[in-house]
Design a protein around this ligand. Structure first.
Ligand SMILES: [Zn+2]
Length: 99
């Protein structure tokens, strides 16, 4: 699974930048989802979570529930002033580049 490396300075719990790791492991707003999906795995690092089958599944569920990807997309668009149309073109291009 590929982890988006998009960051934003806007995280509400003022621990610095908002990364996927921060959101999955620490973000206060989603602690309920984390306790249900991530905490039972007893994994302390994001790498362990994302490289294990159960962890990967839990991370995907959490991402789907919290709509984190939509939020990251929106943040990038806001920052770079992109339109939905230019994003679509770029997504088509970048899919070819994914290893
Ligand atoms: Zn935070």
């Amino acid at each position: 699974m590929r982890v988006p490396e998009v960051t934003s300075p806007d995280c509400e719990c003022s621990e610095g930048v908002m990364t996927v790791e921060h959101v999955l492991m620490k973000y206060l707003k989603w602690s309920a989802e984390r306790e249900e999906l991530i905490t039972p795995l007893r994994m302390t690092s994001i790498k362990k979570v994302l490289t294990s089958k159960e962890g990967g599944r839990a991370a995907i569920k959490m991402i789907q529930r919290t709509k984190i990807l939509d939020q990251f997309k929106a943040l990038v668009e806001q920052k770079e002033g992109r339109t939905a149309e230019s994003r679509k073109e770029e997504n088509e291009k970048s899919e070819e580049e994914i290893e």
